[in-house]
Design a protein around this ligand. Sequence first.
Ligand code: NAD
Length: 502
Amino acid sequence: MSTVTKVSNIHGVSVEYNQPLGLFINNEFVKSSDQEKIKTFNPSNGEYIVSFYAASEKDTNLAIDVAERAYCSSWSNTTPNERSELLDKLYHLTKKNRELLGTIETLDTGKPFHSNSLNDIDQILEVIRYYSGSCDKLTTGETFITENNYHRYTVKQPYGVVGLIVPWNYPLAMAAWKLFGCLAAGNTVVIKPSEHTSLSLLYYGKLLVEAGLPPGVVNIIPGYGEITGRAIAMSDKLQKLSFTGSTRVGKLMMEMSGQSNMKDVTLECGGKSPAVVFRDANLDNAASWIATGICYNSGQNCTATSRVYADKNIYNELISKIVEEIKQNWKISSTFDPFDDDGTLGPIINNTQYDRVTDFIHVGSHIEKLNRIDIFKELGECKGNYINPVIFTDVPQTSVLIQNEIFGPVLTISKFTTYDEVVKLVNDSRYGLAAAAFTEDYRLAHQFTKEVEAGTVWINSSNDECIGMPFGGFKMSGIGRELGATGVESYLQTKSVHFNLR
Ligand code: NAD
């Protein structure tokens, strides 16, 4: 069930590895029941990579049954120490396979290998270490002082089998954010990667086996959203579902939960994160973080700081600095090869997303007729889905570019005059994932932190996550939190016990 795929790396040397192509169920890679396969392509050159099996509804239900058996027969009896030891082994295996996992990620997503894919793997290592350490530090609940003849307390218990559904922008990292906290809490798992980027998670199945994870504890089932994702969300056997992806599909998750067994749902959805630059800000610092916020992962980032509001007094200077910053540090490789070190901007994941981003650029340029800054010359002949960063200035709040998540390297910059005005503009969005503010005035910074409607606030930085802290959105950016202690708690349910001592 394996194939050997050739990958050319940075030095032009070929790397060969065994890429599993089957569904990973009960620690084995198996064909799908209907033999359906999905083709995956390299977004940096459009070349076909390989086809892997797609789980049907029947396969999905089988994976859930297997996970349920694994929970009842073995995993629910493991001690926190045993779970911690397994996560430790995974940590070391992930570290040992760091370069290969990064290579697979770059092959399948086009992310620049050194500046992006390896960062993803390094963050995954931090996540595993955090949750390995958390297994034996889970508190069991609270006790309550009530009547003398009663002992009342709460206990936290795993759900059993949990369904996890993840997107394509950080294929392995988004899986890691959910998977390791969920396992630490004592659940078994059925996880679906995006149909566009399933290779790295499938490969990770091999490491799960090598680490000695009991069969059925983690089942990886690639497939289409409408089939595999739907079968997970509609399952009556899952009491918990955790989803990362678009707000549109996040809403469907809630509907499907309601149509089936009202399972608990955690949602990490879209964003349209603002960056506000006040007149006293350190503009070099602001420009640098804003450029990172919109260019990292080519803007395919739920927390991309994609709309900038700048005080009118520093407006022009800030724009020049952002342009310069991007010119210096955010370039597409001259060879269009993401393994080549001279590029920090990768391609857009697929043709559909490419068309979506270029449509927004077209609307901004030709329908709304906004001022547009093209930082780089037009791209030469290339087969990949590359888009150079584009900045639109003096953008009105009503623009579709401000009201929608674009998910590409497209930045809007607008002017403001007063604090009250800018807070209104910032909060005028259906999203509330993250926000950044740049100022040296700590009173203003605290006021902004309090008034902005966002799950994460950065003061004088942007997109510098800390895996020990909760992450999630206000408004239509999501429900619930991941990472930190909440990354385990959200996979535990609370039971209240009333113990009559008479
Ligand atoms: P998407 O919603 O299209 O897909 C996400 C996952 O849901 C995929 O595995 C997909 O196969 C599945 N899916 C799609 N349609 C489905 C359906 N009808 N039923 C069941 N499952 C279905 O999102 P995407 O395009 O893969 O990812 C980009 C989106 O993810 C962006 O909106 C981005 O902001 C969001 N995102 C959010 C966070 C966060 O933490 N808040 C992190 C990363 C990405």
